[in-house]
Ligand binder design. Structure first.
Ligand code: CP
Length: 327
């Protein structure tokens, strides 16, 4: 695997889920794969889960790891082409990427959307520099438009919970598909669309009935919505849901703007009462009582902690595949 951005990069989802199960049962079983190999993990933005889970996954596989916070532990990087570099940015990304690549076998990059320039963000300009100029396998650790390690961990978590509840894995033809609803929820700051984009992309590829619900103006890019059912009526969308995934995102059409602060979209017990005793998911970090009430996130069907723990597993499957075949 040369890059990990989209669900298509992982191939067959049933195979990926079974591999995740094997890795989870024996997470140090492929330690020899990473001996004398190095992973460099680059952060342009803050992280808790991604930083720890990716590093842990690489270490499980026997790799050496180096983590670099750009601008704090390195020179500030200029990412625009054709600019006169007379400001506070001392180094250009065009030199930095091949220099970083000299010292590693795999690169992971976190580079959030600017939310100012739709074209630059949706072209993945920063991650694109690593993809084009590193010559090494590259993992998006939440780039401008996608967060595939999160979506893969979400899928693993849904499959595990579905199996625990019904005795059937996702895709079992002898049993019904789960209804998975992703609902927009309010947030005081404008957030990128990477998590909902990837969740939608992965759910559209998975054997689930996927519904997206959001206020008017929060439509995701059609490339990620694809065949999902879309509803502007949150309570109707939640009816009979087996899984509820809450997330805030800013507008795509009014790029990066907050169009609604409607707290009736905060997921509370009255929302969960409309569901089929749904499991609750969120990628974290979460703003309590903005996105979800304390009672729901602390309730018996909340999966947020096992979901975060599965970030180690999704990362390990991806890194393992890159070590096995870096082409
Ligand atoms: N879910 C997630 O990516 O968490 P961090 O931003 O803390 O890495």
């Amino acid at each position: 695997m040369k890059q990990f951005l989209h669900v298509s990069d992982i191939g067959d989802l049933a195979g990926a889920l079974r591999e995740a199960e094997e890795v989870k049962a024996n997470r140090f079983g492929w330690k020899s794969l990473g001996t004398d190999k190095t992973m460099i993990i680059i952060f342009f933005n803050n992280s808790l889960r991604t930083r720890l889970s990716t590093q842990k996954a690489a270490m499980n596989l026997g790799m050496n790891t180096m983590v670099l916070n750009i601008g704090q532990e390195s020179w500030k990087l200029e990412t625009e082409m054709g600019v006169v570099m007379d400001g506070d940015k001392s180094e250009h990304i065009r030199e930095a990427v091949p220099v970083i690549a000299n010292f590693c076998d795999i690169i992971g990059v976190r580079s959030f959307a600017s939310l100012k320039d739709h074209e630059a963000d949706y072209n993945e300009n920063i991650l694109g520099e690593f993809l084009k100029y590193s010559g090494k396998p590259v993992i998006s650790l939440e780039s401008a438009t996608v967060h595939p390690c999160q979506a893969f961990a979400d899928l693993i978590t849904i499959d595990e919970a579905w199996y625990a509840r019904t005795g059937h894995h996702l895709g079992d033809p002898s049993y019904r598909k789960p209804k998975v609803v992703m609902t927009w929820a309010p947030h005081p700051r404008a957030l990128p669309q990477a998590v909902p984009n990837s969740f939608a992309e992965w759910m559209n590829a998975a054997p689930v009935d996927f519904v997206l619900t959001q206020p008017e103006g929060y439509e995701l890019d059609p490339r990620f919505v694809e065949k999902a059912e879309v509803s502007y009526d949150q309570m109707a969308a939640l009816e009979g849901a087996d899984f509820v995934y809450a997330k805030n995102w800013s507008s795509v059409s009014h790029y990066g703007q907050i169009l609604s602060e409607d707290r009736s979209w905060t997921v509370g017990e009255e929302h969960m009462a409309a569901t089929n005793e749904a499991f609750f998911l969120h990628c974290l970090p979460v703003r309590r009582n903005m996105i979800v009430s304390d009672s729901v996130i602390d309730g018996p069907t909340s999966l947020v902690i096992p979901e975060a723990a599965n970030r180690e597993i999704s990362a390990e499957v991806v890194i393992k595949r890159m070590l096995e075949d870096p082409r």
